[in-house]
Design a protein around this ligand. Structure first.
Ligand SMILES: [Fe+2]
Length: 281
């Protein structure tokens, strides 16, 4: 059989490319990986349809990008602690990641990327929406850019875990809500520089950002609310429709995303791996 040709095709205006002509269950050559790596930097969301992948295959592909992250608040699969089964069952009224966020920015070194492999996809609904944070930053006025320059924000995980989060009764994915849970808090720049492209991206999100450095929550909120709304203006977004056996990889350093809460009667099951990142600067 003739060797397939790897093809990168844009599927969204603000972000998103589909990659075909590759079987991710086999080891990639360095040339193939270089093309895919550049595609991630260019398009931020990569979608690989029709992939038949075991847990070990997913882990092997994820490791090409770096060390894997173990989630601080969610339990991994029994035999594969690096993989979280992201699941919504009929009757759940909520699910993981239904607010705009970059993944786990409460950490000192938040994951650079996230990989998700679809096992069960709702017949309609359950899309993931991404927003390009280079575009969000670029669209700010020069006055706002100057004001944000050097500003930092406090990020923590008290809205998504711990005894006050109150999420577990509504959803299948259980977060750590035990009494001995302790909040993880870290400071990150409001505008970060992507370590590989050198481009600037807006870096605050409604799920993890608590307040601005040296300000109270009340003082911070008006500016943060403006930035949250601005960050997902429609022209910055790419809405991803899933099909089964699709692998999607995205760059958390330059995107916010959410899982649409619009499929209350459906079953949705994904396997997710996070790749460790650097300290944002
Ligand atoms: Fe997420």
């Amino acid at each position: 059989m003739a060797e397939e040709t790897l093809v990168v095709r844009r599927i969204g205006a603000a972000a998103g490319a589909e990659i075909t002509g590759i079987d991710l269950s086999h080891d990639l050559t360095n040339d193939q990986f270089a093309v895919i790596h550049q595609a991630l930097l260019d398009h931020l969301v990569l979608c690989f349809p029709d992939q038949t992948l075991s847990a070990d295959d997913q882990i092997a592909f994820a490791r090409r990008w770096g060390d894997l992250a173990i989630h601080p608040n969610l339990a991994g699969m029994k035999d594969h602690p690096e993989i979280i089964a992201v699941e919504r069952r009929p009757g759940d009224t909520g699910h993981l990641g239904s607010e705009w966020h970059n993944d786990t920015t409460s950490l000192e070194k938040p994951p650079m990327g996230t990989m998700m492999y679809s096992k069960i996809v709702p017949p309609v609904g359950g899309d993931t929406v991404f927003a390009n944070q280079y575009a969000a930053y670029d669209a700010l006025s020069s006055g706002m850019k100057d004001m944000l320059d050097g500003m930092r924000a406090v990020h923590g995980d008290s809205r998504v875990a711990g005894p006050r989060a109150g999420l577990n009764k509504r959803r299948t994915n259980k977060t750590d809500e035990s009494d001995d849970w302790r909040e993880t808090v870290n400071m990150h720049p409001v505008v970060r520089t992507h370590p590989e492209t050198g481009k600037k991206a807006l870096y605050v999100n409604v799920a993890y950002t608590l307040r601005l450095e040296n300000m109270t929550t009340e003082e911070s909120q008006p500016l943060l609310d403006f930035l949250y709304e601005h960050s997902h203006r429609p022209e910055f977004t790419y809405r991803h429709r899933w099909s089964e056996k699709m692998l999607v990889l995205w760059d958390n350093r330059a995107l916010v995303h959410l899982a649409l809460n619009d499929c209350p009667t459906s079953h949705r099951l994904m396997e997710r791996i996070q790749i460790r990142g650097d300290r944002p600067f």
